[in-house]
Design a protein around this ligand. Structure first.
Ligand code: ADP
Ligand code: ASP
Ligand code: MG
Length: 470
């Protein structure tokens, strides 16, 4: 059996949902899949906005936005479902969620205070609504399907906004709740991104977390493969929104995919790969709009990786914007021990996570998410040495397993970037990435230069594919 996850744009309109139903129809011929869905595109952002408005006491505005969420889903139902009986049933079901959303909005609005816990509650409605509408649309097409509230299965810790599952409980629940429905030949439809604590409080796994839900469920079910269906032809040599000539990567290793995701490629949630690696389950990244194209296979299978299609020195380029560089300089570092542990204690205390790091005898440069830099944090760092900060920078990283063994790559990277002002340089300890930090305004030039250097037409034949439809 296969786990199929469809992202927001894949279920964002009635037309998209019809396309997904057709894809599932094909898949069903070889066994009923577990279908994991995101919220319809834009809905999670809107729910966050509603939560913020309610938290600020702007009840009217928050309710107006909640009304838009209601109208959007009712329109979808109107377009997708003809049967009056089914329509009445699904309108009643989504009505329950929408009323809860409105009550929550009023409640938070009156208190005028939003906690992470209530924010997760707001966010959870997106996936609950999309899956409810989608399951009804599947039934309308005569497909035997069961809708499951994933909060019965995905039991997590209580780190709201970033919850992680309690694996053993979840594995057991998956076996008891989802497995029998699949074995009986039902397509099972459930939500990505959300879960619940042991005491039933709704949690979320973090933005983009539906990929992770699918990978976890796939691992617990020992599925044959995990399919991530999205709006591009698989993992590409760069974000195609940034480089229109970006090509699709046919095959890549788990470590390449994980590294790329951590370094900013939004196509996969960074934690998606770990559950697949654990059970050695292949992950496919596929395009809902071109289901016939091959997309990307992520695997460690040596046979599949042996072919020409796994070549290429650099696999892909990832970009992470919204970063800051912190330069900390102190003579106390020179020849002494203990400085780094004092430094990291400050990061620990302020819960700031370090992305890139580069050190010399008397200074350390680190990149962090710009949003996590606060005045008290900087003050605490100043007690260790001189600190200067550069805001609005981005990391640009090249990733590929073959970087490890190849000579001359660094030379090619830096000579292609000769016209770009590099603020910091770092080679990842995994040795499969090299990253540079540039001003956000220089990202386009840096990425274009690197893409041209490593993915010129002559180097791509047989390894990378032009996306379908280009
Ligand atoms: P979904 O809603 O299906 O989860 P996302 O928007 O989260 O989709 O991820 C898909 C998007 O990721 C693409 O539209 C693309 O702009 C972006 N992206 C960033 N880096 C890459 C890359 N290397 N390959 C493919 N897509 C990428
Ligand atoms: N709906 C959630 C988000 O927009 C989760 C996801 O799409 O993966 O972040
Ligand atoms: Mg996503």
């Amino acid at each position: 059996m296969v786990v199929m996850k469809f992202g927001g744009t894949s279920v964002g309109t009635a037309q998209a949902m019809r396309q997904v139903i057709a894809i599932i129809g094909e898949k069903r011929k070889s066994g009923a899949p577990l279908v994991v869905l995101s919220a319809c595109s834009g809905v999670t952002n809107k729910l966050i906005h509603i939560a913020d408005q309610a938290g600020a006491g702007h009840i009217e505005e928050a309710l107006r936005l909640a009304g838009e969420v209601r109208a959007f889903h009712l329109d979808l139902i109107g377009e997708l479902i003809a049967s009056e009986e089914l329509k009445a049933e699904v309108i009643e079901k989504i009505g329950v969620y929408l009323t809860r959303l409105e009550r929550l909005t009023e409640g938070i609005g009156i208190v005028g205070e939003l906690t992470e816990r209530s924010r997760d509650r707001f966010c959870s409605f997106g996936e609950l609504l999309s899956t409810t509408v989608f399951a009804a649309a599947l039934k309308e097409q005569g497909v035997r399907c069961e809708w499951i509230d994933v909060r019965q299965v995905m039991i997590t810790d209580d780190r709201y906004g970033f919850a992680r599952p309690l694996a053993e409980t979840c594995r057991k629940n998956t076996g008891e709740i989802i497995r029998p429905l699949l074995d009986a030949g039902n397509v099972v439809v459930t939500q990505g991104y959300i879960g619940a604590t042991g005491s039933g409080r709704t949690t979320t796994l973090g933005r983009g977390g539906s990929d992770l839900s699918a990978a976890l469920l796939g691992a617990w079910l020992h599925s044959e493969s995990i399919e991530i269906w999205t709006d591009v032809d698989g993992v590409m040599t760069c974000d195609p929104r940034m480089v229109p000539e970006a090509r699709s990567i046919r095959v890549m290793t788990f470590s390449e995919a994980a590294e790329l995701a951590y370094l900013g490629a939004k196509v996969l949630h960074p934690d998606t790969i770990a559950p697949a690696v654990e059970k050695n389950i292949p992950v496919y990244v596929l395009n809902t709009w071109h289901p016939e194209s091959k997309g990307t296979l992520i695997t460690n299978d040596p046979e599949l990786l042996a072919g020409k299609s796994h070549g290429g020195l650099v696999k892909s380029i990832a970009v992470k914007k919204g970063q800051a560089i912190l330069n900390i300089r102190s003579n106390r570092m020179f020849g002494r021990h203990g400085f780094m542990s004092e430094l990291f204690e400050v990061f620990e205390r302020f819960a700031v996570s370090v992305e890139m790091i580069s050190t010399s005898e008397v200074s350390v440069s680190l990149t962090v998410d710009d949003a996590t830099v606060s005045e008290p944090f900087i003050q605490a760092l100043r007690s260790l040495g001189e600190v200067d900060i550069e805001h609005k920078v981005a990391t640009v990283s090249v990733v590929g397993d073959n970087l490890r063994m190849s000579r001359g790559v660094a030379g090619r990277i830096f000579s292609s970037l000769r016209n770009v002002n590099l603020r910091m340089i770092s080679q990842g300890a995994s040795e499969i990435n090299v990253g540079v930090v540039v001003d956000e305004g220089d990202v386009a030039a840096a990425v274009a230069a690197l893409h041209c250097e490593f993915f010129a037409e002559s180097q791509c034949a047989g390894i990378f594919e032009k996306p379908a439809g280009s």
